[in-house]
Design a binder for this molecule. Sequence first.
Ligand code: HEM
Length: 132
Amino acid sequence: MLSASARPYIDASVPVLREHSLDITKVFYANMLGAHPELKNLFNMGNQASGVQQQSLASALFAYAANIANPAALAPVVTRIVHKHAAVGLTAAHYPIVAEHLLGAIKQVLGDAASDDLLSAWGEAIGCWPTC
Ligand code: HEM
């Protein structure tokens, strides 16, 4: 469950993500796959090259923030993502890597607008996704 203190930061992210989510996910994948080339085996690199994966994650982040008060609206997309993750064989060890690079990408793209409180709210959200 996302904490009450984190929630306003996720709410406040909606307009920011509307504008910047694709920039964030482009930076995220470039940095993560640069630091962890072994993860390229998991990804369809055609979808990376075409930008499909960056767009898909950007849409998922926006949908999560925009529907934080309405989890039922997220259920179909979460189910699809969980099936995809299960199919590619994700493990718990992958999550800290994704969290580090996603938070790093938010900071890199938003600069000073990414306050410590905003980053810690997203850290919490990534840590408990998809059950919060
Ligand atoms: C905050 C948690 C995460 C979110 C919101 C998320 C979101 C997504 C989305 C939206 C997709 C596309 C699903 C579709 O095809 O419809 C996806 C696929 C995928 N995700 Fe995640 N993901 C998360 C965590 C992770 C982690 C920890 C990894 C491990 C490296 C990972 C690796 C993958 C892979 C390999 C695919 C398939 C990509 C492909 O087909 O090339 N994800 N994820």
